[in-house]
Design a protein around this ligand. Structure first.
Ligand code: UDP
Length: 327
């Protein structure tokens, strides 16, 4: 199939573009490079620099590629914390950009759509791990923006026959030798820990150790970016057979911040000093998703189920790209 990957210069989008190519698909990447990196786009993909806010650019894209079979939509603002400071980047831009994309897609006859959604839809889970039956309570304008898009997809299915899958997950992590996680500024735990191991930062601050968890630090669901990419591809390939679907993606029972730091110490051989600071606003104690549905329906199986193997892949990339994509 020929797949349009929006945000294909970003962390998860570029990893998925590479996996799509490996699986024999053709890939067109559309990315405005506001957060992504041109070097992250696989060389075999067609790259178009453009903005989803620009409806004329989208019309041009589909005119130039009338044979697009499906879309994977990653391009988005993605930070929970930022969304609490600048809600309209999320509640307006993420939504309008997705609406523009969907409008152009159905006009061009595209009927397959995979959304990179979020487990931030579930802010008040009745049980852990969180499955697809959990009540939706977006935890931030970021989560709400993805929920809006899921609702757009619902109506686009009813009205235009679009088939879609929503992929909801928490902490994408890990890298491949070719491409890795590089945000500016970096706020994510694993790359920050690896900056300590690289000597770029003195210590890592743990945001609170008085949570009701076994070691007092927050437990999160770290899923390797290649496993996420595979899940998106499995969902795409099953769309015609199964129809629209929503999948939660998780990686077992989660890992605490201290467990992540300990694993990084083992992998890097660096002592990685840590200090304990105050809690970060909005952080729940435990977030873990159940991936039973996608395992059963699509046979998804993470290749990197343990935190040490995830960090080992991240360490390999960060060690060989100490400044990320900026050489
Ligand atoms: N965290 C931390 N120190 C940091 C960055 C993150 O203790 O410098 C914690 C954070 O409170 C959360 C976990 O690490 O419990 C993962 O945070 P991250 O920002 O990587 O991802 P999020 O869970 O917010 O999507």
């Amino acid at each position: 199939m020929k797949i349009l990957v929006t945000g294909g210069a970003g962390y998860i989008g570029s990893a998925t573009a590479a996996e799509l190519l490996d699986a024999g698909h053709q890939v067109v990447v559309f990315d405005n490079l506001s957060q992504g990196h041109r070097e992250a786009v696989p060389p075999a993909a067609t790259f178009i620099q453009g903005d989803l806010a620009d409806r004329a650019a989208l019309a041009q894209l589909f005119a130039a590629h009338p044979d697009i079979d499906g879309i994977m939509h990653f391009a988005s603002y993605t930070l929970v914390g930022e969304s609490m400071q600048q809600p309209l980047l999320y509640l307006r831009d993420n939504l309008v950009n997705a609406a523009n994309l969907l409008e152009a897609a159905v006009a061009a006859g595209v009927r397959r759509f995979i959304l990179s959604s979020t487990a931030n839809l579930f802010d008040d889970p009745a049980k852990m791990p969180i499955d697809e039956h959990e009540r939706i309570v977006p935890g931030s304008p970021y989560g709400e923006s993805k929920f809006f898009i899921e609702r757009l997809l619902h109506w686009f299915e009813r009205i235009y026959g679009l088939r879609y899958a929503c992929m909801r997950y928490f902490n994408a992590s890990g890298d491949t030798p070719e491409r890795g996680e590089h945000h500016d500024p970096e706020t994510h735990l694993i790359p920050l820990i690896l900056q300590v191991a690289l000597g770029q930062r003195e210590q890592i601050t743990i945001f609170g150790n008085d949570y009701p968890t076994p070691d007092g630090t927050c437990i999160r669901d770290y899923v390797h970016v290649v496993d996420l990419a595979q899940a998106h591809i499995l969902a795409l390939q099953a769309l015609d057979r199964l129809g629209s679907r929503k999948y939660n993606l998780g990686n077992g029972s989660g890992f605490s911040v201290l467990e992540v730091i300990e694993a990084a110490r083992k992998v890097t051989g660096h002592p990685i000093p840590h200090v304990v600071g105050p809690r970060r606003a909005g952080d729940p104690a435990i977030l873990v998703a159940s991936s039973e549905t996608i395992r059963q329906e699509l046979g998804w199986q993470p290749r990197y189920p343990d935190i040490e193997s995830i960090i080992a892949t991240a360490w390999e990339w960060h060690r060989s790209h100490p400044q990320g994509y900026t050489h």
